[in-house]
Design a protein around this ligand. Structure first.
Ligand code: SAH
Length: 264
């Protein structure tokens, strides 16, 4: 194991995309959990507009499409993922209901108050939880919903090894009550919060990577960056198994407050 553990952002982006595009999901989650989160959303009909931000190749978007009313736009910064996304749309015959577009979450191409629901699994960290909640709010209709999953601490204190790992990878990691407070302060009523079960990491995220890592290493055997990237992935996986009672992914579901009332 190398002494210096690198942040994912330091690796060659093209390599990372190549690796993740061989996986069905690019973050922890599962179809059951997408459906569970969706069960808290009660404002959708055939004319509803939904955005799935940081959709990746669309694992969760297709589940949403098969279980929610309305039209869905999946947005991701990487064209490789969007190509795969749109291939999946066609395979599942979801044209007309779902489309994937390339774009960035810090410059969303939507109209103000246009969306009924903003969805984002394992991706809001790219802009930051608080900033994403604040900036995306204007695109929602009053009474519209936001549903995001985000890595969070389960306890007030943690062993220093895992604390240091996450403080370096994502300093905005925080406890669930603090995240809920941030959601409320950003102008949403916190509707529901629940922890993703362990199988969202194990069965649906880390286990499929065992084979993906093998294929990736065979393809890129002579590439030092690729080898280091996989070492890094393996280290992150080991940390998860070692410290999973201290952190995990949490779904946060909020409803846009009608208006902010100021008392004089
Ligand atoms: N929602 C998917 C992917 C999560 S991984 C899933 O749960 O499987 C995070 C995703 O965010 C990646 O697909 C990555 O390409 C995307 N991403 C990173 N920065 C972004 C940005 N600035 N704008 C839009 N998408 C971004």
């Amino acid at each position: 194991m190398n002494d210096e553990i690198k942040s994912i952002h330091e690796f060659d982006l093209e390599l990372i995309c190549q690796y993740y595009s061989t996986l069905e999901r690019q973050g922890p989650g599962s179809p059951e959990i997408t459906i569970k989160a969706l069960s808290f959303i009660d404002n959708l009909n055939d004319t509803s507009l939904i955005a799935d931000i940081g959709c990746g190749s669309g694992g969760q978007t297709m589940v949403l499409a098969q279980n929610a009313q309305g039209k869905i736009t999946g947005l991701d910064i990487f064209p490789v993922f969007i190509d795969q996304f749109n291939t999946n749309v066609e395979k599942l015959n979801l044209q007309g209901k779902v489309k994937g577009i390339t774009g960035s979450m810090d410059a969303l191409p939507f109209q103000e108050e246009e969306l009924d629901l903003i969805w984002s699994e394992g991706a809001i960290y790219n802009i930051g939880f608080e900033r994403g909640l604040k900036e995306w709010r204007k695109f929602l209709k009053a009474g519209g919903y936001i549903a995001v999953s985000e890595v969070s601490w389960f306890t007030e204190e943690r062993p220093s090894e895992i604390e240091e790992f996450w403080e370096d990878a994502y300093p905005e990691i925080d406890t669930i009550p603090n995240k809920v407070k941030q959601m409320q302060k950003a102008g949403y009523v916190p509707i529901a919060t629940f922890i993703l079960p362990e199988n969202c990491w194990t069965e649906h995220f880390y286990e499929p990577q065992v084979n993906a890592e093998k294929i990736f290493l065979e393809k890129n055997a002579s590439n030092k960056t690729a080898v280091e990237f996989i070492e890094n992935q393996r280290h992150e996986t080991e940390l998860y198994y070692k410290y999973k009672e201290y952190y995990g992914y949490v779904f946060y579901i909020g409803k846009k407050t009608k208006k902010i009332i100021t008392n004089h």
